[in-house]
Design a protein. Structure first.
Length: 129
């Protein structure tokens, strides 16, 4: 399936936001990538840009060894979806996370997420990713 130019721009911009803000927990760049009217649906963060900045600062302080790896990225018009592996410490198996972003005018306007803890053993050999 061919991506429209708009979908390709949305994917590139959302990936840039992920890499500049969410992967390094860098609250200083939130305003560059997130809409002033940002809508949050996550159970982990309160509403609004300041709440997102506070969440990122707290995460960086509480989990300095956390690492996040984007495994897959999808785009459907103005929605961008990332399937990521988040580990809070080097020995932590971590979480499989799906982040869904709605893009508007080149900014992240809305966010949803789904998190699943990675169990020590799986009932199949396929892994979570």
């Amino acid at each position: 399936m061919t991506r429209t130019p708009e979908a390709a721009r949305n994917l590139a911009r959302a990936r840039a936001a992920y890499e500049a803000v969410l992967l390094p927990f860098d609250s200083s760049r939130v305003d560059e990538f997130f809409s002033p009217d940002y809508i949050q649906h996550s159970s982990l963060a309160a509403e609004g840009l300041q709440a997102l900045k506070d969440f990122l600062d707290r995460a960086r302080q509480d989990t300095p060894q956390a690492r996040t790896e984007i495994k897959r990225a999808f785009v459907d018009g103005d929605h961008v979806i990332f399937h990521v592996h988040v580990a809070l410490a080097p020995d932590d198996p971590g979480f499989a996370v799906v982040d869904i972003f709605r893009m508007q005018d080149g900014l992240i306007a809305e966010h949803w997420d789904v998190l699943q803890q990675i169990p020590a053993t799986l009932p199949n050999r396929n892994g979570m990713f």
